[in-house]
Design a protein around this ligand. Structure first.
Ligand code: NAD
Ligand code: IPM
Ligand code: MN
Length: 355
């Protein structure tokens, strides 16, 4: 039987509320499909751990995670006690970089039964992937503050685009587009305003396109691309974007399909040299933490993506079918207009998975 060791990192806020529901559903899938899942529960990579130790993770964090097949991650961030750049650069962003999880794959889909904030859109109209570069680009800690505290104060923050880093994310996106029926790839750019990195990014995309003549490529500036997510979401199939543009598009997409509470993500090291990390797109949601009303579906769907990446396609499909079934006629949390609690959703989906 297939057997996997999974590191479980709840993190902060609603990460701690949705992880148990994710595990409930993973357990149901593991039982039905005869998969052995061994969990390694981890209390660090959280702001609670920071409060006790003054750091986000122990020094041997990498050794502790390296032996795992995947990381199942809730959310990190509790800005009331730890500044966000400290908690995130001390945990999630470190995982993405040190484990070379350079693909952040974020599906955007409108489901039956989910109220769509866009007029006249039905399931099937919105079904695309945001492929986000996940290790470089605008996310750097390169730069500094000069003349601090004076009138001359000047802040410089560098972006970093490597040829290797750019080509590998483009290649992943082209291949994903090629595997789909519509074979469309939208390249997010801003080569009109960002005069060095973005024209160069476009030229790498043009170069890569030569190897994929069957993929229809469409470059769009990020401003109008964002507008078209709202106005013409049906035209998107695969969207590839730099780290920051991909971050913004992957919240805008789920907003167009009803709620942040559904959006999953896969932080992939496609070469499988390091463990990949699976997490909701959303954060720790301090505004609703403690009420047990967080929607756990983003966490649950992320678990399905994890099983798929581990080769367990049937288990993935069963979880996705169960999610669809519960969204169509099951209980729903307040973000979807219902009054169910977090655990009600986990229980309903786990029951549907068990069959
Ligand atoms: P957020 O995603 O935590 O919350 C944004 C809004 O969406 C809130 O109103 C929240 O209640 C709602 N929401 C989010 N998830 C929901 C769910 N599952 N069900 C129902 N409603 C949901 O974003 P934020 O407020 O900008 O960030 C809060 C903290 O989380 C910050 O510390 C931030 O840095 C961190 N964060 C972490 C991650 C991550 O770990 N991957 C991602 C985003 C934000
Ligand atoms: C995400 C989050 C992170 C990001 C934050 C918490 C650093 O918003 O996973 O989308 O910007 O990548
Ligand atoms: Mn984000």
């Amino acid at each position: 039987n297939p057997s996997f060791k999974i590191a479980i990192i709840p993190g902060d806020g609603i990460g701690k509320e949705v992880i148990p529901e994710g595990l409930r559903v993973l357990d149901a899938a593991a039982k039905r499909f005869d998969i052995r899942l061994e969990y390694k529960h981890i209390a660090w990579a959280s702001c609670d751990y920071y409060a006790q130790t003054g750091k986000m993770m122990p020094d041997d964090w990498k050794q502790q995670l390296q032996g795992c097949d995947a990381i199942y991650f809730g959310a990190v961030g509790w800005p009331a006690t730890v500044p966000d750049h400290v908690s995130l650069w001390g945990s999630l962003l470190k995982f993405r970089r040190e484990f070379d999880q350079y693909v952040n794959l974020r599906p955007v889909r409108l489901f039956e039964g989910v109220p769509c904030p866009l007029a006249n859109r039905k399931p099937g109209d919105i079904d695309f992937y945001v492929v986000r570069e996940n290790t470089e680009g605008e996310y750097t800690a390169i730069g500094g503050i000069m003349y601090e505290g004076t009138e001359r104060e000047l802040v410089l923050q560098q972006s970093a685009f490597s040829r290797r880093g750019t080509d590998r994310i483009l290649k992943y996106a082209f291949e994903l587009a090629q595997s789909r029926t519509r074979r469309r790839l939208t390249v997010a750019t801003k080569s009109n305003g960002i005069a060095i990195s973005m024209p160069w990014w476009d030229s790498r995309a043009d170069n890569m396109a030569k190897s994929y003549p069957d993929v229809a490529v469409d470059k769009q500036h990020i401003d109008i691309l964002a507008a078209r997510f709202v106005l013409q979401p049906d035209r998107f199939d695969v969207v590839v974007a730099s780290n920051l543009f991909g971050d913004i598009l992957s919240d805008l997409g789920p907003a167009c399909t009803g709620t942040m509470g559904l959006a999953p993500s896969a932080n992939l090291n496609p070469e499988r040299i390091f463990p990949s990390l699976f997490e909701p797109v959303h954060g720790s949601a301090p505004d609703i933490y403690g009420k047990n009303i967080a929607n756990p579906i983003a966490m649950i769907w992320s678990g399905a993506l994890m099983l798929d990446f581990l080769g367990q396609r049937a288990a993935h499909d069963a979880i996705l079918d169960a999610i669809k079934q519960v969204l169509a006629d099951g209980p729903r949390t307040p973000d979807l207009g219902g009054n169910a609690r977090t655990a009600d959703i986990g229980i309903a989906i786990a029951a549907a998975v068990a069959g």
